[in-house]
Structure formats: C-alpha cells, structure tokens
Design a protein around this ligand. Structure first.
Ligand SMILES: Cc1cc2nc3c(=O)[nH]c(=O)nc-3n(C[C@H](O)[C@H](O)[C@H](O)COP(=O)(O)OP(=O)(O)OC[C@H]3O[C@@H](n4cnc5c(N)ncnc54)[C@H](O)[C@@H]3O)c2cc1C
Length: 488
C-alpha cells in the first residue's frame, strides 16, 4: 500500500488526502495547529459562531467531486444553502445594486446605473463562460508549467485574447462600463486572487461568470463544515488526521522525498509527501531548496486581511448575507495595500451576515458579523502595533454607515495579518501566497510537482492553480493524481 504523508490540514491537504484514501493509499495528515482547516477555521464567542476565513462558497462541484472520490455524497453530509442575492454593493452616494444568479435580474439592476450596462454584463458573462470552458480542462485541473503545456494539451496555440490575459482587470472594467461604480464592482474580483486590479490579468473577469453559473452557497453550520466533512471522509476511509503535529523537515534520500520529521523528532516514512503548507515555508524552512525559495520570494505577495468578528445584539434586516461598501477612491486602497504598505485609509468594507441565511450561527434574534477589509501583509506593516487603532477606525466606519456596531456588539474578536501568519503559517498573513499580477503570473506560481525533490508535491492555494476554496481543492486533485501517477 502506498504511504502518503501530507503536511497541513488546510483544504488543499484534506482534499488531496480524501482523494488518496479513496484510491486505496495509506494517508497520514499532519497539522501543526490544534485544529484542522487552516485559513478555513472558526471561532466562538458567547453563543455566536464565526467562520474566520472564507465566507463565500462557490463552485460546489469541486467539493462534491473530492468527496465522491472517497465514496461520500456531498448531499449526505452537508446541506448547502443558496445565497441570494449573491452580493449587495453599496456606495457613498447612497446608491446600491445587487447581483443575482439570475443574470437578467443583475443586468436590469446595472441598467439603472448606465444605459447599455445590462447588455455589457451579459457580454462579460459570455466571455467568462468561454474563458471558463477553456481554463477548467486545460489549466485549472492539470499540472501546469507554461503556456506551452496548455497549447500542447489543447492541440493549438493559445491566444491570450481568448482568456483576456492581454489586458488587466481594470481595463476590462473600463472597456465595458463608463460608470465608476460598475467599474469598481468588476475590479473587486481581483481581490478574490489577492491581487491589484490594475495589474491582475483580465482573465479574472471569469469570476462573475462562475458565481452566476454555479451559484453562491453557505453550508449550514458554517464554512468550516467543509473541512470537517473532508476530515470525516478521510477517517472513514482509514486515513489519519493528527493535529498538534508540526513538521520540521522533509526527509530526502537520493533526491526523493522519503518522509518527514516532526518538531518532536519523530520520523514518519512515506512513499510520497504532499505539502499543503505555504510554498515559501516549504522551500525555506522544511527543505533546502534555495532556487525555489528565491523564485517564490521574488514574486509579488498577495493581499492579507484585517478581520473583526462581532457578536451583534438584534437583527439587521437591511443587511444581506454578503455586503460591500466601496470607498470613494478605490485606487488609493490598492496603493495602500501594494505600493506604499499601510493600513488602508478608506478601504472597501465587507460585512458578511450569515444569519441572513443560517440563523443557527447566533443566539436567537442575534447575528454574528464577519467584517473584512483588504490589508497589506504583516512585516511591511507592524500589525501587532497597528491592530487596536485600526479596529477603532473600522468601527468608526461601520457606525458612519449607520450599523451602530459599537452600540450593538456584545463582544469583538480581532484578527490582523500578524494573527493570520501565526495561526496558519502563511508568511506575512498573505492569503493567497503570491498574487496573480501580470499576464504570465498564472504560469509563475509554484508547481504542484516540486522541481527540487522527486516524490514531493504541493497542494496549496500558494501553488497552482491558486487560492480560494474551489481552486485549492483542484490543487489537491492535481497533487493526488501526480502521486497516483508516480508512486502507485
Ligand atoms: C480572511 C479570509 C477570507 C477568505 N475568503 C474566502 C472566500 O470567501 N472564499 C474562498 O473560496 N476563499 C477565501 N479565502 C481563501 C481560502 O481560505 C484559502 O485559499 C484556502 O483556505 C487555503 O487553503 P490551503 O489548504 O491552501 O492553506 P491553509 O488553509 O493555509 O492550510 C495550510 C495548513 O498547513 C498547516 N501547516 C503549515 N506548516 C506546517 C508544518 N510545518 N507542519 C504541519 N502543518 C503545517 C497550517 O497550520 C495550515 O493549517 C479567505 C481567506 C481568508 C484568510
């Protein structure tokens, strides 16, 4: 039986483990923290439950396929609640707009802002569909080293225009819409990949298509249930998931990974090792791989996040499940995050109010808010020092929006990029590892098959194909298939 050790019980590690257990491998997942899930984690405060990371679930088929590989039916273990509207967007001038899975309805909303915008929305989604149809089989589901790999797979050269890689996301937004509010709405999708829209490839305009086509979902009980159902499938299939088990290094013999050594000195032998840890941690701390470490360090790092979790007294009917308030100057926010790192002066504010869909997240009649703003990584900003003051600034903003967060909060949990770094091992608290910025960025992410050592694979949002729960599950799929190709 092929023995596989997986470093980390984030979505990528758990997803790869689920598939390998299903394929009959002997799988051990080793997690440094006291709980599973990595960035997909949860907190509790006086009867209020919070997801600490992802709050929007898209492309649920990636989870269904992962579970199916271990003979588990998604619908048997998790109830997915549809979230409509997908998101409510609000602006300083009091205007607001909602996006829906019914694209005609969203188009009608946009038409209120700009004549012809509805048609442009339909055209954007149609372009997104074409990009998606090409990207899923050729790029997102396969190990990729270069555009040549993709061309070989597709049997013809790839024209960057087919996937909008020749323009930036900001350019896509400006070509389609004149209204600055609609431009902001499109530009925001860059943050799903941790990037600056002025540098992110226009390919990211595929995201509204995926939200519209595959829906926005909330697992009853919270997003962290995703990690739990994966863990349950692994254990039911005979695999092991250990917490408080920090890996100190990957053991290498004759150029191949042969196991790992834990921080307490225990050694675990394996035929293959998969790292779910951030690629820079793997190549800098767990292995001697200076070339790969240098490559990861040279790439631009993704955005981090500043999070407040508020245990709120009473209900807020004016809040949807997902709500975004845009700042007056969106460009200034990205400059604060990427160019001259500082706590963003006037950031877009995202408030997730899961009680709108799933009241079980709070005591009856109350709500559990997850408030997120984009933030530069820890390091360039000393977030331990800046955190308390910045919390006050965000609370001021929430109060100015009329939400009376201070008056209604029974308790607040703060998570800065420094906390995220400590809790998940992500360097600087960067959510997506390196950021997708520049036309070739998608090909510059660390590969799923380590070039440094044989039989060492990467299943993480910091590697190909990228971050966000669905893509990380695809990363786990690719890594698992490489193990089965090479080691079984
Ligand atoms: C605030 C926030 C909001 C987000 N919102 C969304 C969203 O709405 N939708 C969405 O799809 N995605 C969202 N994301 C992104 C998503 O959470 C991540 O892309 C995904 O969870 C990353 O999974 P992963 O498996 O790659 O890594 P991680 O979750 O980082 O897991 C890696 C694991 O490896 C462990 N580890 C590291 N080093 C070692 C070691 N040496 N030994 C043992 N274990 C180790 C870590 O402790 C960790 O548990 C969000 C993230 C954050 C932080």
């Amino acid at each position: 039986m092929t023995r596989v050790v997986i470093i980390g019980a984030g979505v990528g590690g758990l997803g790869a483990a689920t598939r390998l257990v299903g394929a009959g491998c002997e799988v051990t997942v080793l997690e440094a923290a006291g709980s599973i899930g990595g960035k997909l984690n949860h907190e509790a405060l006086g009867g209020h439950a919070f997801d600490t990371g992802p709050s929007l679930m898209t492309m649920p088929f990636t989870l269904a396929e992962t579970l199916a590989a271990a003979d588990t039916r998604l619908e048997d273990v998790l109830e997915l609640l549809p979230v409509e509207p997908i998101c409510r967007y609000l602006w300083h001038d009091g205007s607001q707009l909602e996006t829906w899975t019914d694209d005609d309805r969203t188009a009608a909303e946009m038409e209120r802002f700009e004549h012809g915008a509805g048609q442009e929305w339909h055209a954007l989604l149609e372009q997104g569909r074409r990009t998606w149809d090409m990207s899923l089989p050729l790029f997102l589901s396969e190990p990729v080293g270069s555009i040549v790999d993709i061309a070989r797979r597709s049997g013809r050269p790839i024209d960057p225009r087919d996937i909008q890689a020749h323009v930036t996301l900001s350019q896509v937004a400006r070509r389609r819409f004149r209204d600055p509010r609609l431009q902001q709405l499109i530009e925001r999708f860059a943050t799903y990949a941790g990037a600056d829209p002025a540098r992110a490839p226009g390919t990211l305009s595929v995201i509204p298509y995926t939200e519209t086509a595959f829906g926005a979902w909330h697992p009853r009980g919270g997003m962290h249930r995703i990690a739990e159902v994966l863990r349950d499938a692994i254990v039911a299939g005979g695999g092991e998931v250990r917490t408080n088990a920090r890996v100190a290094r990957v053991l290498v013999e004759n150029g191949a990974a042969v196991g790992v050594e834990l921080a307490d000195g225990t050694r675990i032998a394996a035929d293959a090792v998969i790292s779910n840890a951030d690629a820079s941690h793997l190549y800098t701390d767990l292995l001697e791989a200076p070339k790969e470490a240098k490559q990861v360090a040279a790439a631009p790092q993704s955005v981090s996040g500043f999070v407040l979790m508020l245990a709120i007294r009473g209900r807020t009917p004016e809040l949807a499940h997902h709500n975004i308030w845009f700042p007056r100057d969106y460009r200034a926010e990205f400059a604060d995050v990427f160019d001259d790192p500082q706590p963003p002066h006037d950031p877009a504010i995202y408030v997730c109010n899961p009680a709108a869909t799933d009241p079980s997240c709070a005591p009856e009649g109350d709500e559990s808010w997850f408030v997120l703003v984009n933030a530069p990584r820890n390091g360039p900003v000393d977030w331990d020092a800046a955190g308390p003051r910045y919390q006050e600034r965000i609370l001021d903003r929430l109060d100015a929006l009329g939400l009376d967060a201070r008056g209604r909060a029974k308790g607040i949990i703060r998570r800065t990029p420094a906390d995220l770094e400590r809790l998940t091992g992500a360097p600087g608290g960067a959510i997506y590892g390196t950021a997708s910025m520049g036309p070739r960025s998608a090909f510059l992410r660390p590969r799923n098959e380590s070039p440094a050592v044989r039989r060492l694979y990467l299943a993480t949002g910091s590697a190909h194909p990228g971050g966000g729960v669905p893509l990380v599950l695809l990363s786990g799929k690719i890594a698992a298939e490489l193990v089965l190709r090479d080691c079984v």
